[in-house]
Design a protein around this ligand. Structure first.
Ligand code: AHM
Ligand code: MG
Length: 283
């Protein structure tokens, strides 16, 4: 796993360089979800692929930017599912973006995720890694080297509320829940980049990030293998919870297709328990 995390560090430095120097415009291609790809998406995807090609413990790669599975090393143990540049459409307005990695052993389903990592490209480059039986670890890059800052632990209750999706398309139950949080004093923190939004909640002690099923997107927007499951693991390892619309742990998801999405809620215990009550789920 150390080799994989060290490879992610190298990838992070290269993607950060690309963000800072390359053309921010659109390419002439679409990804599997039918979204126009930015040149930066294509370049970041290429950087990840090139880096893992030389790592023999990696059996295969699955990218948010590509259909299908890229086989790498027969003798490899892990399949890495990744979003090379999440929130890339925020780069042209100079907001933070990120990369997300889920490391799976065996069939591609949540219970087979053995580790996850994400990188935030903001004023600084930061990396957070999580493995089983340990709290997530937070690193910050300085002159190309990642220095360990601290372990991440969520408080029981936080102050931040990051509610995703188009408000007009929220269910009544969801709107009432979100309004209830604001009435209780929660502060709105939503940049539109799930990596910096979820990172902020993890580092500021807690709160809730939601991307529910909506009338236009009943299964939400965020992809299970590349986005939802890696962060669900992070939140559980940090002492929080991560659940779906039905109140099921996201760590129990079994994607039918690599690009399947799921409604998702990540947070500290108090807020997720409040959500369960509001939605009539079992607490
Ligand atoms: P992307 O993978 O195409 O960049 O989309 C994912 C992003 C997430 O970072 C973020 O949470 C979400 O889209 C925001 O969506 P919305 O604008 O609907 O709130
Ligand atoms: Mg994404």
């Amino acid at each position: 796993m150390l080799t994989i995390f060290e490879t992610i560090e190298k990838i992070a430095i290269k993607i950060d360089h690309a963000i800072k120097t390359e053309d921010l415009g659109y390419s002439d291609t679409e990804n599997t979800s039918g979204e126009d790809q930015l040149k930066l998406d294509v370049k970041s995807d290429y950087i990840v692929e090139e880096a893992f090609k030389n790592v023999s413990i990696v059996k295969a790669l699955v990218s948010e930017e590509k259909e299908g599975v890229l086989a790498l090393h027969d003798e490899g143990k892990y399949t890495i599912c990744y979003d090379p540049l999440d929130g890339s459409s925020l780069a042209d307005v100079n907001l933070s973006v990120g990369s997300i990695f889920g490391i799976y052993e065996g069939e591609l389903k949540a219970e087979n995720l053995v580790a996850s990592a994400y990188v935030v490209y903001g004023p600084r480059i930061e990396l957070v890694t999580a493995t089983r039986d340990a709290k997530p670890k937070h690193y910050r890059a300085q002159e190309g080297l990642f220095n360990f800052i601290s372990e991440i632990s969520l408080d029981e209750k936080g102050k931040l509320n990051a509610p995703g999706g188009t408000q007009q398309n929220w269910s009544k139950v969801h709107k009432t829940f979100v309004d209830g949080l604001f009435a209780e004093g929660y502060r709105l923190r939503y940049s539109g980049g799930m990596v910096p939004d979820l990172h902020q909640i993890l580092l500021k002690g807690g709160g809730i990030f939601s991307y529910p099923g909506t009338s236009d997107k009943p299964n939400g927007k965020l992809r299970q293998l590349f986005e939802v499951i890696p962060f669900a693991f992070m939140y559980e390892q940090a002492g929080g919870q991560a659940i779906s619309n039905e109140g099921v742990r996201l760590m129990e998801l079994i994607p039918a297709h690599p690009h399947d999405t799921s409604p998702c809620f990540f947070g500290s215990n108090y807020e997720i328990n409040k959500l369960k009550e509001a939605y009539g789920m079992k607490v």
